[in-house]
Design a protein around this ligand. Structure first.
Ligand code: HEC
Length: 126
């Protein structure tokens, strides 16, 4: 019993220092996915590549699901200004309007940040 009382502070300190180390390493264990610069957002360099990767296979002139085209500036800017683009990628509506449709999660915070900044800037063709 006496030993337990004597060693308790030492055990506590030791476990605290361990968790401290673990916390320090967390950023190395789970690096934030590289997503490029969110400070300067343009249609060509920031938004268009996201659409090409995540959206255009279902939203091109040849296959405009829900009458939505994300593969051209004209099509996408229309959705951006109407509010539908943000509504879709931010999963604000029913299951079938959550884009990319069928995905298990939203686009990354980084990708959504870029899309939001572009929309808030008035969806310019830059
Ligand atoms: C697997 C195919 C598929 C993918 C990938 C996909 N969509 Fe869709 N999208 C659909 C379909 C189908 C609809 C029509 C849904 C409905 O109205 O029931 C739709 C509807 C929409 C709408 C209209 C939503 C509304 O409120 O009516 C927008 C905007 C949209 N998609 C944007 C996107 C964007 C942006 C991406 C990429 C992040 C994307 N979609 C990826 C299939 C897809």
């Amino acid at each position: 019993m006496k030993n337990l009382i004597r060693f308790t502070p030492i055990i506590l300190l030791f476990s605290l220092s361990l968790s401290g180390c673990y916390y320090d390493k967390e950023n190395e264990l789970y690096p934030v996915t590289a997503c490029g610069d969110t400070a300067i957002v343009t249609y060509e360099l920031s938004v268009k590549p996201i659409m090409a990767l995540q959206c255009n296979r279902c939203h091109s002139p040849g296959n405009p699901s829900g009458n939505v085209i994300t593969s051209t500036y004209e099509g996408l800017s229309k959705e951006a200004i109407s509010g539908n683009l943000w509504y879709g990628v931010n999963w604000e509506g029913a299951l079938q309007t959550r884009m990319p449709q069928g995905a298990l999660d939203t686009l990354s915070v980084c990708d959504r940040t870029k899309i939001k900044k572009w929309i808030d800037a008035g969806a310019p063709n830059n």
